[in-house]
Design a binder for this molecule. Structure first.
Ligand code: NCD
Ligand code: ZN
Ligand code: ZN
Length: 344
């Protein structure tokens, strides 16, 4: 197949940042997706519905003229989130979910939840109102190996939460392991997962063999190839519990090419092409539409898009660098390399 037409896709996990960064991130993502779930890990974080609405207005100032771009907002869960905020999310036209970062797990997660048992009163409200809980699923204990932090989170944190709140809608964000894929498969349809392009296309060899490649460094960290294979299997299986979330996250070049490099890959500019490449590599390009354009909307209870996009099989070079902020740059994921698909 040399061309594929699909329903306009959405991105159910993206980092746009704030201020001048929006001039880069918003036009980039709006060229690719219609609805995008905007992660709330700003400094300071987006903690209330009012703050989320104000952030959405700042984002919309950079939306391309006449586009159908529709940022969907998420609140940042803290130890102090009041249970009453859930009702406000439910009533909001623009806020769709709440995001739990275990404190210290990833970029800008210091104000995250210190112990999930402290926030069970809020989880009860989320379950009652069917507001999705989005999870960065990694434990943070220093004695747990970085490659085991996702699995440990499933066993120690998520399993008890699901026992206690069986109807809670949960998205396990950016899954990276067979353990996470199988965990989701064992749950009912109220538990879903997003998968990033980097976890479908790459593994820890891409990050570590022949020198450390900081532009492949994100959290949860890339795992071994057998996990990548399982992720490709479930993403392309047609199971609606797995859908697209790029986790595109801008970090300036000098903050990644650094003795203490930041975590996050910027994939926004060629996101759908990355996914097309991954699906085509396993001979399942015809399954891309469900994953990219249907299952996320269905999970969030939003209508499917009606517009369409077309991708053609044509070599396409990922830009080497992108301008960022006043005088900085971003090296995007797979910079300078060739992809086989192009959005027309
Ligand atoms: C994200 C970021 O930079 O905000 N980084 C990442 O490595 N994925 C945060 C996140 O999603 O964990
Ligand atoms: Zn995360
Ligand atoms: Zn993220």
């Amino acid at each position: 197949m040399n061309s594929i037409t699909l329903t306009q896709p959405d991105d159910w996990h993206v980092h746009l940042r704030d201020g001048k960064a929006l001039a880069r991130t918003v036009p980039d993502i709006a060229k690719q997706f219609s609805r995008v779930i905007c992660m709330p890990n700003l400094v300071p974080p987006v903690k209330t519905v009012d703050e989320a609405i104000a952030y959405r207005q700042r984002i919309m100032q950079h939306a391309p003229e006449g586009s159908a771009f529709d940022p969907r907002m998420v609140l940042y869960f803290t130890d102090h989130t009041p249970a009453s905020e859930v009702q406000k999310i439910k009533e909001s036209a623009h806020v769709n979910a709440i995001k739990l970062y275990p404190a210290g797990a990833t970029t800008n997660s210091d104000s995250g939840v210190s112990d999930i048992r402290k926030v069970y009163a809020v989880l009860e409200q989320l379950e009652k109102h069917q507001v999705p809980l989005l999870l960065h699923g990694e434990v943070t204990h220093s004695h747990v190996d970085i490659f085991d932090r996702e699995k440990k989170f499933l066993d120690d944190v998520l399993f008890p939460v699901i026992q206690q709140f069986p109807e809670l809608k949960i998205v396990l964000e950016h899954i990276t392991t067979s353990d996470a894929a199988h965990f989701v498969l064992e749950q009912k349809q109220n538990v879903a997962a997003t998968i990033t392009p980097q976890h479908l296309l790459f593994n820890r060899n891409d990050l570590l063999v022949g020198g450390i490649k900081p532009h492949f460094y994100c959290l949860p960290i890339l795992k071994r190839q057998s996990h990548q294979t399982t992720l490709l299997e479930v993403a392309t299986s047609g199971n609606p519990q797995f859908f697209l979330g790029t986790d595109s996250a801008p970090h300036a070049q000098h903050t990644k090419e650094n003795a203490c490099g930041c975590a996050g890959c910027y994939s926004a500019v060629t996101a759908i092409e990355f996914y097309a490449q991954a699906f085509d590599q396993v001979g399942r390009i015809e399954r891309l539409e469900g994953f990219a354009s249907h299952f996320g909307a269905d999970f969030y209870g939003l209508p499917r898009n009606t517009a369409q996009i077309t991708l053609v099989k044509e070599d396409h070079i990922v830009p080497e660098r992108l301008d960022y902020l006043d005088d900085q740059s971003i090296v995007p994921l797979y910079a300078g390399k060739t992809l086989q698909w192009k959005k027309v």
